[in-house]
Design a binder for this molecule. Structure first.
Ligand SMILES: [Zn+2]
Length: 206
C-alpha cells in the first residue's frame, strides 16, 4: 500500500466500531482496513477506511474479508515532568486529594507529609492544631486555598523507611514517572498477525 493511501486511513477510534466499548485503555486491539467495493462508486466514502474492534467483537468478525488487519497499540498518556511551580502544586494537590478521599488512616503518613509540603508551597494554610489528650493524638486543621475547603490531618510519625518511600514517590510523581506507563523506548513491538498486511503498528497520537 502506498504511503498516500495509508495516510488517508483515519486515526484510531476511541471505541469499538460494533459494541462501543472503550479502546483507549485497551492496550492492544485489532484494527482492520476496509477497502470499499465497486458498488460504492461515486459515494464520498470510497476511501479505504479503518475499523477498530474490541477483542470480543473481533472474534465475531472471523471470516469477514478485510484488506488487511493489524494490532493497534494504545498507550496511556505519559505524564511529563512538571514544568513550573503551578504545575507542581496542582499535581501535589491532586495527589493529596486522591489519598484524602481514600482510607485516611491507612495513608496517614503520606497525607501528613504531603500536607506539610502543601503548606510550604502555599496550597494549604495552617489554621490550628487540636490536641486530644485522651489518646495523645493531634490533628492539624488547614484550609485548602484553591478549593477553600477545610482539611483535617491526623498527626503521624512516619518511620525513616516510610519517609524515604514517600519522598521517592513524590519525586517520581513530579518527574512524571510514577505511573505504571511503559518506560520510553522500551515498548515492545506488536506481533504482526500471520499472513496479513500491513503489519505496522500504530504510534500514539501526539
Ligand atoms: Zn466490541
Amino acid at each position: 500500500m502506498d504511503k498516500e493511501l495509508y495516510l488517508k486511513i483515519s486515526k484510531p477510534l476511541a471505541t469499538c466500531i460494533l459494541c462501543g466499548a472503550s479502546l483507549a485503555e485497551a492496550g492492544k486491539h485489532p484494527s482492520a482496513l476496509v477497502v470499499p467495493v465497486e458498488e460504492s462508486e461515486g459515494e464520498e466514502d470510497d476511501l479505504p477506511r479503518r475499523e477498530d474492534y474490541c477483542p470480543q467483537c473481533w472474534e465475531k468478525c472471523k471470516g469477514k474479508e478485510f484488506f488487511g488487519y493489524w494490532l493497534a497499540k494504545r498507550e496511556p498518556l505519559k505524564p511529563r515532568k512538571v514544568q513550573n511551580r503551578r504545575e507542581r502544586n496542582a499535581r501535589l494537590a491532586a495527589y493529596f486529594d486522591y489519598f484524602y478521599h481514600q482510607d485516611r488512616e491507612l495513608h496517614a503518613s503520606r497525607l501528613f507529609f504531603l500536607a506539610h509540603l502543601l503548606m510550604r508551597y502555599g496550597v494549604l494554610r495552617w489554621l490550628r492544631t487540636e490536641k486530644d489528650p485522651e489518646n495523645n493524638s493531634e490533628r492539624i486543621i488547614c484550609r485548602n486555598l484553591v478549593t477553600d475547603e477545610e482539611v483535617v490531618i491526623e498527626s503521624a510519625q512516619p518511620t525513616d523507611e516510610e519517609l524515604v518511600a514517600i519522598k521517592r514517590e513524590i519525586d517520581e510523581l513530579l518527574l512524571g514517572t510514577l505511573s505504571s506507563a511503559p518506560v520510553e523506548g522500551t515498548s515492545e513491538e506488536s506481533a504482526p498477525e500471520a499472513g496479513t498486511a500491513p503489519t505496522s503498528s500504530d504510534t500514539p497520537e501526539a
